[in-house]
Design a protein around this ligand. Sequence first.
Ligand code: ZN
Length: 254
Amino acid sequence: MWADPFGRPTINLLIMKKSKTIKDKRALIFTAHPDDHLLCAGTLMLLKEKGFKITEVVFTGGEQSVWFGSDNSVIDKEALKSERKKEISKASRIIGIDETIFLGEPDSEVTRSLNLIHRIMAIVREVRPSIIFTLHYNDYHPDHRAVATIVTEAVDRASWSVAPHLGESHRADMLLYTDGEYLCRADFLVDISKFEPKIEKAMDAYGSQMREKHRRLSRSIRAYRGFFKRSNVAEAFEIGERYPIDLELFSLLS
Ligand SMILES: [Zn+2]
């Protein structure tokens, strides 16, 4: 039994799957808000370079956020949602995300429902990814935690032979949780040094959200993770419990 740095036991046994040729070069990322994908942008760029097709599912339009440079007491929520859609579209092009699906859930009120679980299951079964990324279940924002919990349940259910009307069952090889404002357990680190200039460009796309203090935080986390990876900058991921380590995918990211 493994234990995390806080002594909590985990069931994430180091089961090394036999190496196989990855033929399904598809990655799926679930986020709560436009700009959350910045938490793993470098790793997505790496996967894109390796020939992966990347699909992102954004739960909300981020309409409850602030709008830097505007009078925040009179923000038009629909206008902010539309602005954030433009921003994510620009950033996604820089990162290499091929397709973005907006679920239209209310910002800051993401809640589990069977309908939502079914929508995620249908997407997983249609996209059929080998890697799934999502936010961390212990992050600061309640939407981030909700997305992590809902996605964890739905990707499990998508792998069972239930609800055939939602498509043929599919199990991803890896489920990964990203760092957030609260850092994750960091089961492994990905060197993203070569993508740093592009990550900065992707951050530039988020004019309504990104202030210097956010950039500093983001750079600091990448540098902190890089210190332990012995590289300039890195991104950290926690491996979903019940998901054994797939050696080939692991070496692709190492
Ligand atoms: Zn967010």
